[in-house]
Every structure is written in structure tokens, then in C-alpha cells.
Design a protein around this ligand. Structure first.
Ligand SMILES: Nc1ncnc2c1ncn2[C@@H]1O[C@H](COP(=O)(O)OP(=O)(O)OP(=O)(O)O)[C@@H](O)[C@H]1O
Length: 292
């Protein structure tokens, strides 16, 4: 396993001011991260801090303003088949079957293989996600969870150097979410590709990751803390939920995020006087395990 397989150095993303005048809006300011080959990173932070921005730059779908990213020793300059992406919603072509949707990516990723090899390869990943009996169904005939299984099969079938996951379970009900977390982890355990996943769910961030990367609030967001997850793999959700270490870790992550929350909370109002009567209090919702 190569150290620093993915290297993100001095990443900055800014946009011109909306009015055309004034300072640029700096979303991410100095994001540095080094990921070993085969490592699973989860990225968490408050809504709008810039998690997807970082992921889209890694995917080559957005360009950084400054900074250099290398993957396996090559500098990334745009999108490429060395990266597989799973979005919140899988963006399948509606007129193609599940099999054909995966084949599209296999045809692109493995152009030198024989047709039969490509078909077997697509079928292998569709079976791994549990869709062997639904391969000829079109997206409209599949549930949201099944569509996301196709998206996962498609990304893994590319056998990318880097797997990028942008809240892949965000639109699923909690049972399907738990099922698909396990499906994804099982395939990842077999393939051991380097992965970066954005999530709003703290338990999911811990369950999936080797390290949890926490971003500070934007604008000018950067990495606030990186927490290693000490649990051996394969992991059992049940065992994790029974371990004190899991709750200690959870507390640490929630504590970090709550601190950011308070830093940005409105300042307490001065005591009312006759000259300045009390105004209605602002209510800030407490953070739960889910950041959405
Ligand atoms: N084209 C753009 N021009 C200006 N600002 C933008 C543009 N695209 C995104 N932003 C801003 O960048 C910030 C970060 O957005 P991003 O989607 O990366 O956050 P996020 O952490 O993934 O949020 P969420 O958790 O809600 O998905 C947001 O404030 C967003 O408004």
C-alpha cells in the first residue's frame, strides 16, 4: 500500500463576487490531506462548508483556484476514468437497463477487453450489489435503493484508483441506508480501493472510515481535525454500538461540530433595560448525530 497515494496540497476554491465588485468569495482555503492507498476517508462538516466542493474538485468536475492534487503520483487536471463517483442520486440513463447502465461505464473503462469479459465484469458487480435478478429492469422499475445499488456497481466496476462518494445514502430510508452501507463496505473490503466519502451522518462516518476528516465552517473552510477510527475490519454495527470507544469517538466528533456551531451562534443579547426592551430570543437547534 502506497503512502500519500492521494495528496491534496494547499487546495483553495474561490468564486468571483456575485456583484462583480469586491473580494472573491473564498469557500475552501488551504485544504491539505494525504491519504494512503486503500484508505477510507469520510468527510464531515456543517452544511455549506465546502465538502462537495472538495469532492467535485477531486472528481475533476470543478477546478481548484489554487493547489495541487496528485493521485498515484499523477497530477489531476480534470475528470478521468481513474475516479469512480457515486452521487446522492445515481443519474442512470432511463432508457437503459441496470445492466446496460453498468456496461456503459465498463465499455469506457475497459475498452481493450473482449465483449464477453466486459459483460461478465458488469454482471459480477451487479451481483455483488445484490441485483442479479433485476439486471434487465430499467431505472423506473427499480426502487430508489436499487437504483443506488446500480450506481455503486457502476462505480466499482470501473475499478478506479479513487472512489468518490457524495452522500451516497442521503436519499434513502434508514433501513436501506444501513443495508447499502454494508453492501458498499463488503465490496470495498474485497477491492480495497482508496475512498473519500462525504456524509452528514456521524455514525455512518465512523462506521465506514479509517479516518474521519472534519471541516471547519465556511467561508474559508479548512480541515479542523482528523480522527482515526480504531475499530478492526470487518466491522459489525452491533459490536460497534455496544462499545464505549464508539460513543467516546462519537462524542468527540459531535463536540467538535457543536463548538463550531456555537462559534457561529448569535451573541447573547444585552440585558433588557427600560430604554431597550427585550426582543424575541433566537433559537438554535441542538445538533444530533445527523447534520442535515
Ligand atoms: N458557483 C458558485 N458560486 C458561488 N458560491 C458557490 C458556488 N457553488 C457553490 N458555492 C458555495 O460554496 C459553499 C460550499 O458548498 P458545498 O456544496 O461544497 O457545501 P457542502 O458542505 O457540501 O454543503 P451540504 O452539506 O449542504 O451539501 C456554499 O456556501 C455554496 O453556496
Amino acid at each position: 500500500m502506497t503512502s500519500n497515494y492521494l495528496s491534496i496540497n494547499g487546495l483553495i476554491k474561490s468564486y468571483p463576487p456575485a456583484t462583480g465588485k469586491g473580494d472573491r468569495l473564498v469557500i475552501v482555503d488551504g485544504f491539505d490531506l494525504h491519504v494512503d492507498e486503500g484508505e477510507f476517508i469520510t468527510l464531515i462538516g456543517h452544511s455549506g462548508c465546502g465538502k462537495s466542493t472538495v469532492l467535485m474538485i477531486l472528481a475533476g468536475l470543478s477546478t481548484q483556484t489554487e493547489g495541487v492534487i496528485t493521485l498515484g503520483g499523477n497530477t489531476l487536471t480534470g475528470p478521468g476514468l481513474d475516479r469512480g463517483i457515486v452521487f446522492q442520486s445515481p443519474c442512470l440513463l432511463p432508457w437503459l437497463t441496470a445492466f446496460e447502465n453498468v456496461m456503459l461505464s465498463v465499455d469506457q473503462g475497459k475498452p481493450d477487453w473482449k465483449k464477453a469479459e466486459r459483460r461478465d465484469h458488469a454482471m459480477k458487480y451487479l451481483s455483488l450489489v445484490g441485483l442479479q435478478d433485476a439486471v434487465h429492469k430499467k431505472p423506473a422499475e427499480l426502487s430508489q435503493g436499487m437504483r443506488q445499488r446500480v450506481g455503486i456497481a457502476r462505480a466499482f466496476a470501473l475499478q478506479p484508483k479513487l472512489l468518490l462518494l457524495d452522500e451516497p445514502f442521503g436519499m434513502l430510508d434508514s433501513l436501506t441506508r444501513i443495508e447499502l452501507q454494508q453492501v458498499l463496505l463488503d465490496i470495498w473490503t474485497q477491492e480495497r480501493m482508496t475512498a473519500v466519502m462525504v456524509t452528514h451522518d456521524i455514525d455512518e462516518a465512523i462506521f465506514m472510515a479509517d479516518r474521519v476528516v472534519m471541516m471547519t465552517n465556511g467561508p474559508r473552510a479548512k480541515i479542523g481535525d482528523i480522527v482515526p477510527v480504531p475499530f478492526a475490519r470487518p466491522r459489525s454495527r452491533g459490536e460497534l454500538l455496544e462499545s464505549n470507544e464508539f460513543y467516546a469517538l462519537r462524542e468527540r466528533l459531535v463536540g467538535f461540530l457543536e463548538e463550531l456551531h456555537h462559534d457561529h451562534a448569535p451573541k447573547p443579547e444585552p440585558e433588557p433595560t427600560a430604554a431597550t426592551p427585550a426582543s424575541p430570543k433566537l433559537v438554535t437547534a441542538p445538533l444530533s448525530g445527523n447534520l442535515s
